[in-house]
Design a binder for this molecule. Structure first.
Ligand code: NCD
Length: 309
């Protein structure tokens, strides 16, 4: 039976390296299948989504992944048009949505929201971003992108740049990278350094440097993972304005980077990567978004089929 069958996907910390490698293999398999064979994988199955925060890629990639493998999707992306507006609780909303579907995808501003939903839902719950700590399917997509583009993960030098305090993709990615032998350099403004309490466990598996100077390691990096400053999570707008635009990956900086380095970003990008970079061979963030569709399709296929696909 598939390790993933009928299981929730709540935290990246729940997975082993072998399980990541399994997911990558299934993703590769799915990418090679013809469209008719893909549509058999989740034929007749329904995904529901419930998004309490804005999203473009995560929600649409789940929806397009489900269509790719023959299933369908329904859901709520605008909470103000749902009964939440009338005061319905998350618990009741989750209960109802799990009646109407085979798997529930949830994004919510609170840490622990997906774990809570999984205790209520009769169907598997997939965390599509909770609070500031977890975004497991993004981390799987990021690791897959690194492996696909660099042909390996072990041995790489990886820089993670930007909002390391509030960016949940960073915490999930660091946890995932803890299963590999990598050298990590964290680069952020002083006030947006990684939260020590949230990486207590990660620190046991992964060593990294912390710096505020983007130029310090730039010429050694194989992967440059850039993140958006998470304006909506700042308690005070003044604090945001102080760090807004702290880093810019532009053509000048690119000249200092390794010939075969790649630039990733979970997106949305604001001004942290210049659009001049988009046409260079280093820019892999749109490719990364495309891989997100396939990794999510693989995860759905594994969650909804007893013996994989
Ligand atoms: C991220 C998120 O929601 O955490 N977006 C995404 O899912 N790709 C990153 C962000 O909003 O900056």
């Amino acid at each position: 039976m598939s390790d993933f069958y009928n299981k929730d996907i709540i935290s990246i910390k729940d997975y082993t390296r072998d399980q990541f490698e399994d997911i990558f293999q299934y993703t590769e398999k799915l990418m090679k299948l013809d469209s008719a064979a893909r549509r058999e994988i989740c034929k007749g199955k329904t995904l529901s989504y419930l998004f309490y925060e804005p999203s473009t890629r995560t929600r649409l990639s789940f929806e397009s992944a489900m269509a790719l493998i023959g299933g369908n999707s329904l859901g709520i992306s605008d909470i103000s048009s749902s009964s939440t507006q009338k005061g319905e609780s998350l618990a009741d909303t989750v209960k109802i949505m799990s009646i109407y579907s085979d798997v529930l995808v949830l994004r919510h501003p609170l840490d622990g929201s997906s774990r809570f939903a999984s205790e209520i839902s009769s169907k598997p719950v997939i965390n599509a971003g909770s609070g500031t700590e977890e975004h497991p399917t993004q981390a799987i997509q990021d690791l897959f992108t690194i492996k696909k583009e660099k042909k390996k993960i072990d041995g790489l030098k990886i820089g993670i740049i930007g909002d390391l305090k509030y960016g949940r993709t960073v915490y999930s990615l660091l946890s995932g990278l803890g299963n590999y032998d990598v050298e990590v350099h964290l680069i952020s403004p002083e006030s947006l350094k990684i939260r020590p309490d949230s990486i207590y466990e990660i620190r046991k598996k992964l060593s990294f440097t912390e710096s505020i100077d983007i130029e310090e390691y730039i010429e050694d990096l194989d992967v440059v993972y850039v993140t958006r400053i998470q304006k909506e999570r700042f308690p005070d707008e003044e604090e945001y304005l102080k760090v807004k635009g702290s880093y810019l990956i532009g053509l000048d900086l690119l000249k200092k980077m390794k010939e075969d380095s790649i630039i990733l970003h979970p997106l949305p990008r604001l001004d942290e990567i210049s659009t001049d970079i988009d046409k260079t061979k280093h820019a892999k963030y749109f490719q990364q978004a495309e891989y997100g569709k396939y990794t999510r399709a693989a995860l759905l296929g594994l969650t909804l089929n007893e013996n994989g696909f």
